[in-house]
Design a protein around this ligand. Structure first.
Ligand code: LMR
Length: 394
């Protein structure tokens, strides 16, 4: 049987992660996978997470099953964090999922049940696992323009033009904040324009929000998702706790479905729980429980928010340092976009050949489409990267 298997396509981000590990050079710089790193290159366990875990070890008296949708307290806390009252709680169905990827997968499965013929529209570019899962599930997909490779900003006109071809009932996947891989984001007036267009087309928005708190702050990063949630009868939202709680390996995420009325919510909830049962039964609990403890305990929450803010400001500072150094070396403002982008990533906007040259000559690892993880930099590596970028003729 196994002899009949075909080789599957490799995920380019994970392949890069493996290549970095194997590189023996101690001067190598990892700007690949989207994992936060401090100035020493470590991915620390956040203080509030450690404290909640300690408390959990002492207090937890059972590891028995919780429920197919996960702990309702986790759903409540996450709905509050992401939607902050934008829609009535009794209109939101929710299930805990194994990470943000699990939420995306379950959302797509739900779309297949509710609207089998719908086309899913993706930004070009997007996180590579979006098209990969959609293709695996045999669903229809289309792309809309998103990134202007000249300005390195959002191609807003191109985006609206392409979304003009969306059909009623189609699904439009949007990054709630901190666009991955580009780092270029819509302004609030632009979000309003996109919402109006999707409404006019009678399409359904699907928000992937994996970096809340990494861009302009916890509250501001949720603003677009809230605008969308309050503007439509039906919305899907996949939220990840991997990055903003630093619980990557615990696989902590949630799928929310905004429904029109409470009756529709009950049916949607039943379908979402059913899908969990089919795919993995009960969702992982540890990370979700830790997140719930942090969000509902004022002291833990204050400490988490403070540390998340340190992380965010640290990344903004790195962006500024890199943009300043490139301004100095290039005698131009053409790299200023690096300071304007938000989130963990920026797309440098250069060719795969130059990306490969940076890897081969300098041990600088970025994804082939020239996505850089800004958190992989520090004060020592910024001048090295900036010089390499200029020397490579970017
Ligand atoms: C990334 O984009 O690098 C992260 O979301 C990690 C992943 O799973 O791809």
């Amino acid at each position: 049987m196994f002899a009949h298997l075909n080789e599957q396509p490799k995920d380019k981000i994970l392949a890069l992660m493996a290549a970095y590990k194997e590189d023996p050079r101690d001067t190598k710089v990892d700007l690949g996978v989207g994992v936060y790193k401090d100035a020493s290159g470590n991915t620390p366990v956040m203080r509030a997470v450690k404290a909640a875990e300690r408390q959990l070890v002492n207090e937890q008296d059972s590891k028995s099953y919780v429920g197919l949708a996960g702990d309702p307290a986790f759903s409540d806390a996450m709905i509050d964090l992401v939607l902050d009252g934008a829609v009535a709680r009794d209109r939101v169905a929710a299930v805990a999922t194994p990470g943000g990827t699990g939420a995306i997968r379950q959302a797509l499965e739900l779309i297949k049940l509710a609207a089998p013929g719908a086309t899913v529209w993706l930004s070009d570019p997007t996180w590579p696992n979006h098209p990969s899962i959609i293709k695996y599930l045999g669903m229809k997909m289309q792309t809309y323009r998103y990134f202007d490779s000249e300005t390195r900003d959002v191609d807003y006109v191109g985006m609206l033009t392409d979304l003009g071809a969306v059909l009623p009932g189609d699904i439009v996947l949007l990054h709630g904040c901190c666009h991955n891989p580009t780092g270029a984001n819509l302004t609030m007036p632009q979000w309003k324009g996109v919402v109006d267009l999707i409404k006019e087309k009678a399409a359904i928005p699907f928000v992937d929000i994996a970096y809340q708190g990494f861009g302009d702050g916890l509250d501001q990063d949720g603003a677009a998702t809230r605008l969308i949630a309050e503007s439509f009868d039906n919305v899907l939202i996949a939220a990840s706790c991997s990055k903003n709680f630093g619980v990557y390996r615990e696989r902590t995420g949630i799928l929310m479905a905004v429904t029109k009325v409470a009756d529709e919510r009950a049916l949607t909830q039943q379908n979402m729980s059913y899908l969990n049962r089919q795919n993995f039964s009960f969702p992982p609990d540890h990370g979700a429980r830790v997140v719930t403890m942090i969000l509902t305990d004022p002291e833990l929450r204050a400490d988490w928010e403070a540390e998340l803010e340190e992380v965010r400001l640290g990344m903004l500072d790195l962006r500024k340092q890199l943009a300043d150094e490139l301004r100095r070396l290039s005698n131009s403002d053409r790299f200023d976009f690096l300071a304007t982008h938000r989130g963990m990533f920026s797309r440098l906007g250069t060719s795969p050949e130059i990306v490969e040259k940076l890897r081969a000559d300098h041990g600088i690892y970025m994804v082939g489409d020239s996505r850089m993880n800004i958190a992989g930099l520090n004060t020592n590596t910024i001048p090295i990267l900036a010089k390499a970028i200029i020397d490579a003729g970017v």
